[in-house]
Design a protein around this ligand. Sequence first.
Ligand code: BEZ
Length: 211
Amino acid sequence: MTLQLGDIAPDFTAESTDGEISLHNYLGDSWGLLFSHPADFTPVCTTELGRVSALKSEFDRRDVKVLGLSVDGLEDHIEWSSDIEETQGTALNFPLIADPDRHIAATYGMIHPNADNTLTVRSVFVIGPDKTVKLSLTYPASTGRNFDEILRVLDSLQLTANHQVATPADWINGQHVIISPTVSDDEAKSKFPNGWESPKPYLRIVSQPDD
Ligand code: BEZ
């Protein structure tokens, strides 16, 4: 069955470049980002792992623990990490999970047999502190992901988890947001005492709330 938003992210214990990891225990009360790679020693994946390592402080700032996953074994992961450091200018600084029997990949639906029978697609799962799936994205093997977009989505997920707002198209952190349609005007008056712009009754635009 496909893993859907709101489902508990299945727990697992696996070897990684940072030792054995049990997902739920490892995440603790933090957010998680689990993303899969088709295979070790492949060019696009090499750039992605370098990019995410370069963005570590951005993930840390958002209290997001990052985990990569590839269906190769730990020895290959360790050898590949040296290539990542050599070619991307940043050492791998988060765990890369080894999933040689494809157990985790199968549980998370990371293998799409009509795209490729054995390699994973580029899956992304954002996991909330309550261990439920908050976001899933799927890219084909031939398209590297945009990690600035993933940081942007994390900002939206974290904001909307704490405030009754939604974020409009192309929103970036700091810009105006939308009052959730589930909030009545009366409730909105107490939550947003400075008021809002309302070009239509269902479109209520307000400054981004503080944390
Ligand atoms: C890559 O990471 O470069 C890649 C992996 C599998 C298929 C195509 C590209």
